[in-house]
Write a protein that binds this ligand. Sequence first.
Ligand code: GMT
Length: 385
Amino acid sequence: MNIGIVCYPTFGGSGVLATELGKALAENGHNVHFITYQQPVRLTGFRANIFYHEVRVPTYPLFDYPPYESALASTLVDVVKNNHLDLLHVHYAIPHASSAYTAKQILAKEGRYVPVITTLHGTDITLVGRDKTYAPVVAFSINQSDAITAVSENLKQETYSYFKIEKDIHVIYNFVDVKRFSKRPIDAFRKVIAPDNERIVLHASNFRKIKRIDDVIQIFRRLNEVVPSKLLLVGDGPERPMAEELCRELALCDDIRFVGKQQDMEDILAIADLFLLPSEYESFGLSALEAMAAGAPVVATNVGGLPEIVKNGYNGFMGNVGDVDQMAEYAIDILKEEDTFLQFRANARKQAERFDIARIVPQYEELYQTLYNNFCHKKHEAVAG
Ligand code: GMT
């Protein structure tokens, strides 16, 4: 099939998932066209059947706000026509679902039918999408999609409770390539970070308020008092200055390292002994899943879709939002004794296998095939009269 993928090209989970999906589809023989304003960060290297189309947004003195949504819709029309796309799969509702709807209408006027799949990722529903500035457009364009998917059962239910959705929402979980993430740690790298064989704790995110980076640091502080550890903070974002300040205040600068945005997460996660994700909300928690695949148990909050991937006492633990004492106790329980730690490590890998790329990607392909067949049928009816 010829598949168009629209996503945010940045380090956020929705862009990462969309890019990994596109790469997996190409691996399975499809032609994949990424349509976005920048090369997606995980789209590295050359593959003959992956194409990248940049959305250009011309500036004009009149535009205080360049109209990205219109530029995207026009680019979609152009790419669908010139590359004979069979479907458009848009990730993150705002503004991708409404641009896809506009493109679909324009193409329909010319007698071309292109089904649109919208995948909901989280904040497009639970945070930004709910804002009344966007809500009517979000609800409308989700309803106009030919298929809707959500990345967890929780997000599906949240979507039904926030918006009047008239269609079925299919749950297709986030996935991970377990084989790729099961790397052996590079000893020299481990030694640099933890010279005295301390435990290595990791957190990765976009450092937004919702991630509660201060809780990550507070949990680490309590853990470090009992189990000597080092903390790696991967990523960047608005909360970083606050986090750096907190490290200085707590005199933890020697034990906490900010490593910035990283592309090759499998290399970094290979040295992690524990992953912390004490977020206010996570629709799924792709970063935690990648950590599990690398053998890191997870201490997280019991919110959103996290209980769908973390099993208490098996591959990690979950605490209430903000309860840093409880989550530190959990981290200590996992890391204190080697035997317990090794058991959690093995369970983390086992749990990640439930979300392996080989199990999840065919669910998208099946959905594509159903839509494609329906649309071929419609096309046929239109031609017949
Ligand atoms: O976590 C973020 O803030 C980034 C965000 C995004 O939209 O890029 O991630 C969301 O989508 C991921 C992929 O489906 C999920 O694994 C994350 O849990 C979700 N983030 C939130 O719900 C906060």
